[in-house]
Design a protein around this ligand. Structure first.
Ligand code: KG4
Ligand code: ZN
Length: 337
């Protein structure tokens, strides 16, 4: 079993990340978050690509240093081809291509959404999923229920028809005057609040599809109305508001997972993507394991939000299949799982 070293590079949105893995074991996973977006309440694409340009070399150097290997020891370079912001993707793509060309080693293109799911195959996770399983991929850009038959055979069973669940968290947070990204803040305040304080209406959409734009509008109107009555409404009730928003969103996600189990007969459930860092969805899945006999896979916290270790593990799995990219490969803003 010869050690295979893969450098993974992720630059699809606002995190510049590089990771070195040895087979399925992570040796380093460096993530540079871009602070510049927080005051705009969302990612500004132009600023994101500029920051990637500044971060990419030091982040890759740090990843190699932390892994205690030289670039000459690398077996291949894996990078995010898409989906994501075009300007951001181009930075990682061009860098990966040049480095692979310079080192004369294989280049491997990775689908970011597949990578979120394949992060489950990183050795450090408490357990590795068995096929087939259902993965709920929940991030700032996507909300999908995917049937995973093997590492590279994935089928989308349902997805959002408008906003992603991460957007629902972030836009709700923005309404409350919280900084971007607001998901983790809602999670934090929700821990101290009553989840049943304010009932919000759940959307009506197809069996396995999602819709969050109506919920966001509902929350906006509710908050505006309450603030007219009491200008300190948000400040006085922040914990309860956050707990109620989070409860509604997680209820929606759990309802859909129940539908997916019913429809497919598959009780092995995994979650992936930034929102799977949410403490409430994690707790509810553990309860489902206990009460409904589901087998659940919850990735280690650091492999949920955007990171390059997930790109590297996907690269490793593709490397084992000699599935390399051509040097003519380009970034693709839209790419299906
Ligand atoms: O996967 P990710 O890092 O980037 C995308 O590919 O979109 O996901 C980022 C999203 C953001 O919307 C962020 O608010 C959300 O994940 N998020 C959370 C939590 N941590 C991150 N949402 C709810 N609770 C959390 N603890
Ligand atoms: Zn992502």
């Amino acid at each position: 079993n010869k050690p295979i070293y893969i450098l993974g590079i992720e630059s699809s949105c606002d995190d510049t990340s590089a990771s070195v893995i040895c087979n399925a074991k992570v040796l380093s996973n460096v993530v540079a978050n871009q602070e510049v977006h927080s005051k705009y309440g969302g990612v500004v694409p132009e600023l994101a690509s500029r920051a990637h340009q500044q971060n990419i070399v030091p982040v890759v150097q740090q990843a190699l240093e932390q892994a205690s290997i030289t670039k000459e020891q690398l077996s291949a370079i894996a990078f995010t081809k898409g989906p994501g912001l075009m300007g951001s993707l181009l930075v990682g793509t061009s860098f990966a291509k040049s480095l692979a060309l310079g080192l004369q080693i294989p280049l491997i293109d990775v689908n970011h959404m597949q990578a979120h799911i394949l992060a489950h195959f990183i050795e450090e996770n408490s357990k590795i999923p068995e096929f087939p399983f259902i993965c709920l991929t929940i991030s700032g850009g996507h909300t999908q229920i995917v049937k995973v038959t093997n590492h590279f055979e994935m089928e989308i069973l349902g997805q959002t028809i408008d906003d992603a669940v991460g957007e629902a968290f972030d836009k709700s947070a923005k309404i409350l005057g919280l900084a971007y990204p607001g998901g983790p803040l809602i999670d934090k305040y929700a821990k101290l609040g009553n989840p049943k304080a304010y009932p919000f209406t759940k959307p009506k959409v197809g069996d396995l599809d999602f819709s969050f734009s109506g919920l966001k509008t509902g929350i906006l109107y509710f908050i505006q109305k309450q603030q007219r009555i009491n200008p300190n409404f948000i400040a006085e009730n922040l914990n309860d508001i956050c707990a109620s928003i989070q409860y509604t969103i997680v209820e929606i996600l759990m309802d859909k997972l129940k539908n997916a189990v019913k429809k497919t007969g598959i009780k092995r459930i995994a979650i992936a993507g930034g929102v799977s860092a949410n403490s409430e969805i994690r707790a509810r899945l553990l309860l489902a394991e206990k009460h409904w006999g589901w087998s659940t896979n919850i990735p280690k916290f650091e492999y949920t939000t955007d990171n390059a270790a997930m790109i590297a593990i996907t690269g490793y799995l593709k490397f084992l299949n000699n599935n390399y990219a051509d040097v003519s490969v380009t970034a693709q803003a839209r790419l299906k799982v």
